[in-house]
Design a protein around this ligand. Structure first.
Ligand SMILES: C[S@@+](CC[C@H](N)C(=O)[O-])C[C@H]1O[C@@H](n2cnc3c(N)ncnc32)[C@H](O)[C@@H]1O
Length: 314
């Protein structure tokens, strides 16, 4: 499976269905997706909390088209990148290997994806597990999604179906997927008091979500939430932050690690193109209709600054 193939299979089903539901033509829907993509780009550059209409199904499809594949690829990098420094200490060779070896033992992997509504982390892990299968007869990939936009639940389920479509019909599924969206502001500590399941996760992922929190007071609240997670989660739980490599976001992530008492064990900056097997051409019809291309590159600036980064912490 590739990210683009999975997203294409989802959009091929969802775009005509949504157009029919809304009583509009597919070209009209594509053109509305283009407008949402332009608005998102402006909002992310505005140096304030972005105002993005994720609750609008057209906006969600636009996000999935334009941004899910590359953000999934970033998480995929974080899973496969060899962590030479940790290997030298006799620890594990990569984050993916670490969680796989745990999954082999216990038969399930429990993740919490902050701002994980679109299913970005789901397709990244699904691709990783398809290429690096678990040898057990039964294996569950269990997601908890903290996303204040409850409407993402519908998109996430459609993404899950598109992933299942990749699996052979003649063989048992290599793994089963479950997901629960907790629709609240992830920075609101009070919401977690009755959510014990949040603390029982093997991996906490923050993919392009810290960069959406601009208000310093909210960032402080998020740091306090992560501090509580750090205290209550299992000692071997991993935390991964992946985001835009700008000063503001890096300072925010460093601040969260500091307040939460997390130790950074690996860091990587990412530039250039997505992986070679990822070909956006499978989205050709949508690219032509929308008149925009999905993101496929992490820009490298004139000073060699790479566009994205990720940090692994314990
Ligand atoms: C840029 S998207 C990233 C989505 C996905 N993780 C990815 O990498 O493609 C940011 C997500 O964070 C969610 N989000 C932003 N602020 C939030 C908050 N305070 N609480 C919960 N979710 C939030 C948004 O609803 C959105 O789904």
């Amino acid at each position: 499976m590739t990210f683009f193939e999975t997203v294409a299979s989802m959009l091929d089903a969802q775009v005509p269905a949504l157009a029919a539901d809304l009583g509009m033509s597919v070209p009209e829907l594509h053109s509305r997706m283009a407008t949402h993509l332009d608005t998102m780009a402006k909002e992310w550059r505005a140096q304030r909390t972005p105002s993005i209409a994720y609750e609008d199904p057209i906006c969600r499809l636009a996000y999935i088209f334009g941004h899910v594949p590359i953000n999934a690829n970033l998480f995929y990098h974080a899973l496969v990148e060899p962590y030479v420094d940790l290997l030298a200490q006799g620890l594990f060779s990569s984050l993916g290997e670490s969680i796989r070896s745990h999954a082999e033992k216990v038969g399930r992997l429990r993740l919490c994806a902050f701002g994980g509504g679109p299913g970005t982390e789901l397709i990244a892990l699904s691709k990783y597990l398809s290429k690096n299968p678990i040898s057990r007869a039964h294996f569950d990939l269990e997601f908890l999604l903290l996303d204040e936009v409850r409407e993402w639940a519908e998109s996430w389920e459609a993404m899950k179906e598109a992933i299942y479509d990749n699996f052979s019909l003649d063989a048992p599924r290599p793994f089963s997927i479950s997901g629960l969206v907790l629709p609240f502001d992830m920075t609101d500590l009070a919401q977690y008091s009755t959510m014990n399941q949040v603390f029982r996760r093997d991996l906490y992922v923050f993919n392009h979500v810290v960069s959406e929190v601009f208000d310093p007071a909210k960032l402080e609240r998020l740091a306090n939430v992560v501090a509580v997670l750090r205290q209550k989660a299992a000692a071997n739980a991993s935390f991964v932050f992946l985001d835009r490599n700008d000063d503001q976001t890096r300072t925010a992530v460093a601040g969260i690690l500091g307040v939460a008492g997390l130790t950074q064990v690996h860091e990587s900056k990412v530039g250039g193109s997505m992986d070679g097997d990822e070909q956006k051409e499978v989205l050709a019809e949508h690219i032509a209709g929308i008149g925009r291309r999905p993101r496929v590159q992490w820009r490298v600036g004139p000073n060699g600054n790479r566009a994205a980064f990720f940090v692994l912490a314990h």
